[in-house]
Design a protein around this ligand. Sequence first.
Ligand code: ASP
Length: 345
Amino acid sequence: MNKSILAALLTSALLLPMAAQAGKPQVTILATGGTIAGSSASKTDTTDYKAGSVGIDTLIAAVPEMAQVAEVKGEQISNTISGDVNDQVLLTLSKRVNQLLNQQGQQGVVITHGTDTLEETAFFLDLTVNSKQPVVMVGSMRPATAISADGPMNLLEAVTLATTKQAENRGTLVVLNDRIGSAFYTSKTNSTTLDTFKATEPGYLGLFVSGQPKFYYSAAQPIDKSFFDVSKLTSLPKVEILYSYQAQDTAMLDAALKNGAKGIIIAGNGNGNVSSNMEAAIGELHKQGIPVVMSTRTGTGYVSTKSFAIGAGFMNPQKSRVLLQLALASGADLPQIATYFDHQR
Ligand code: ASP
């Protein structure tokens, strides 16, 4: 990080009053990297910075206001771009969140994460954390060194949300740009803008006004949500995503299976459709009991069940991959897997 900016952040941390933390709700921040921990030599650089270069202690020191709402502790789980978050990081996070939330006095957990794949980790935690306490995922679209960096406010709002009673029993939450979303439905919808996290059909759960969360509805859980116990898992089955297009042949499907894929997600055309070649090959896999889940490349919408494959319901390709990994790890067969994707089928 640019030395003068770092010095300014640390000085402001020392000058601003660190409220006495005793008696405040306990919140642990698990840091994994991303742009919120990114830095650049230029204050206008919002694309070529180095993500995952600032540690959790520096992030906490840069937002002393957090001490006014919670007794905050930080743990560094990893420090990478979110494209490098792997099974080990996911399993470590889930086990640690479950452990922390079982501890006496721990009100909530915040996870800092790169925004690119934040929705996958958020969804994974939503399906594997067994607690009513708030689990809040947060990132930023601008690095810490940028003019109008969004990370500090996002982090303060995430910690505030983790202390909020009204945030309980809502599953894992996603907070960025003053918006509160359900991890089950929220996705990154724009590559560079601050208002990127949206759940196009279900909408937001609430928003922040002057540092305070305001919810639209009382607590509820998504109808299709399942719970998977990952406490004994050390790895996840390999699942590949294939992107569909006109007159697609089966070369990539064959390669994925040869490379050890135990299941396949198709980012299909429209309502999960593929070329005739692909449909025939997928039908054969279905008969052999190898799960192929048809999602959509449209970005949003419901994919219905096919005669030759499982329909992804409301799950986009990247969330379908997480769900299929968890379903396979639990030993589910094809009919059971289909119900995980749509309990109302
Ligand atoms: N490349 C970054 C990441 O996902 C982007 C971000 O955090 O916004 O790690």
